[in-house]
Ligand binder design. Structure first.
Ligand SMILES: CSC[C@H]1O[C@H](OP(=O)(O)O)[C@H](O)[C@@H]1O
Ligand SMILES: Nc1ncnc2[nH]cnc12
Length: 290
C-alpha cells in the first residue's frame, strides 16, 4: 500500500467520514497490541487518508482503556505525517459556546498512569513538549474553519485542554479549579495521543468541538451524556467539513512541522547499546536514527 500521509482520529460522535471514497478496512497489529478498531483507508477528494474511530466504531472503549500506543504506532506504520484529532469537549469558559470549535495549544494532564510513551525497556528519550500541538498543522485547520461558512460556530485559536481521567465527569470543585487555572476546555483523551504522536514524529492537532458547559455555569445544567449527544451530530457534520478542507490544504501545501524531527535531540541512550528486542519493537519510530 502507498504511504498514507494524513490520519484522522474521530472521537465521540465522529465514527466515520462520509465523504471517503474507495474505502478499505485495514486491520493492523502492532508491538503495542491492537488499535481501537480497523483503520478505514480511502481517499478524500483524491487524497489518501486513514481514519480511526478512537473508541471503536461502536464506542465500546472507555477513555482509560484506549490503546493509545497501538493507535499512534499503527498510524505511523501507514506512513502518517499529519494527524488531526476530533474530540468532544466541555467548555470551561463562557465565551466558548456549545458548537464552537477550539484549537488547543496547551494541555494539562489530570490522567492517572496511562501509558504515554513508546520508550523504556532499555532506551530513554525525552521529547520537547512545550508546544504539545503542532502550530503549523493547527494553522491549516484554522484556515479551513475560517474558509467555511459554519453558522453558529466561533473559532477559538489556542487555549488549554484539561485531560481528565474520567469516565465520570468532573465535580463542581474540579471544574472551578480548572477554570481558575485559565483552561478553556475539558476532555478525556487527547494528552496521550499528543505525546505519542510527538514521539513518533507525527504532527498532531486537536479539533475540539464544544458540547456543554461542564458543570460550572450558573445558567446551564450540568453536563450529561444526553446533553452531549444533542450537540454531537451537529459537531460531527461540521468536523467533517473542516477535516475535508484541511486535507485538501495539506495535500497541496504540506507545512513543515517541528514534530517531524522531534527525536533528533531526544534520545539519551547510545543506540548501539539498546537491547535488540527493543530496537526491533521501535524500529519504525527509530528508523531515521539507526
Ligand atoms: C461522550 S462524552 C465524554 C467523552 O467524549 C470525549 O471523547 P473524545 O475525546 O474521544 O471525543 C471525552 O474525551 C470523553 O471520552
Ligand atoms: N464536560 C466534559 N468533561 C469531560 N469530557 C467531555 N467531553 C465532552 N464534554 C465533556
Amino acid at each position: 500500500m502507498n504511504p498514507v500521509k494524513i490520519g484522522i482520529i474521530g472521537g465521540s460522535g465522529l465514527y466515520k467520514m462520509e465523504a471517503l471514497e474507495g474505502v478499505k478496512e485495514v486491520v493492523i497489529d502492532t508491538p503495542f497490541g491492537a488499535p481501537s478498531d480497523a483503520f478505514i483507508v480511502g481517499t478524500l477528494d483524491g487524497t489518501s487518508v486513514a481514519f480511526l474511530a478512537r473508541h471503536g466504531r461502536n464506542h465500546h472503549l472507555l477513555p482509560a482503556e484506549l490503546p493509545f500506543q497501538a493507535n499512534i504506532y499503527a498510524m505511523k506504520s501507514l506512513g502518517v505525517e499529519y494527524l488531526i484529532s476530533a474530540s468532544a469537549v466541555g467548555s470551561l469558559k463562557a465565551e466558548v459556546k456549545p458548537l464552537d470549535m477550539v484549537l488547543p495549544d496547551q494541555f494539562i494532564d489530570r490522567t492517572k498512569d496511562r501509558p504515554s510513551t513508546f520508550f523504556g525497556e532499555g532506551i530513554v528519550a525525552h521529547i520537547t513538549f512545550d508546544h504539545p500541538t503542532c502550530p503549523a498543522l493547527s494553522a491549516v485547520v484554522a484556515e479551513s474553519i475560517q474558509s467555511l461558512d459554519l453558522p453558529d460556530v466561533t473559532l477559538h485559536q489556542g487555549g488549554t485542554y484539561v485531560c481528565m481521567e474520567g469516565p465520570a465527569f468532573s465535580t463542581k470543585a474540579e471544574s472551578e479549579l480548572y477554570r481558575s487555572w485559565g483552561a478553556s476546555v475539558i476532555g478525556m483523551t487527547n494528552l496521550q495521543e499528543a505525546k505519542l504522536a510527538r514521539e513518533a514524529e507525527i504532527a498532531y492537532t486537536t479539533l475540539a468541538l464544544a458540547t456543554d458547559y461542564d458543570c460550572w455555569h450558573p445558567d446551564h445544567d450540568s453536563v450529561t451524556v444526553e446533553m452531549i449527544i444533542g450537540n454531537l451530530h451537529h459537531n460531527a457534520e461540521n468536523a467533517q467539513k473542516v477535516i475535508r478542507s484541511a486535507v485538501q490544504r495539506l495535500a497541496s501545501n504540506p507545512p513543515e512541522s517541528m514534530a517531524h524531527t522531534a527525536l533528533k535531540y531526544a534520545i539519551l541512550t547510545d543506540l548501539d547499546k539498546v537491547p535488540a528486542a527493543t530496537k526491533t519493537k521501535l524500529a519504525l519510530i527509530l528508523q531515521k536514527y539507526l
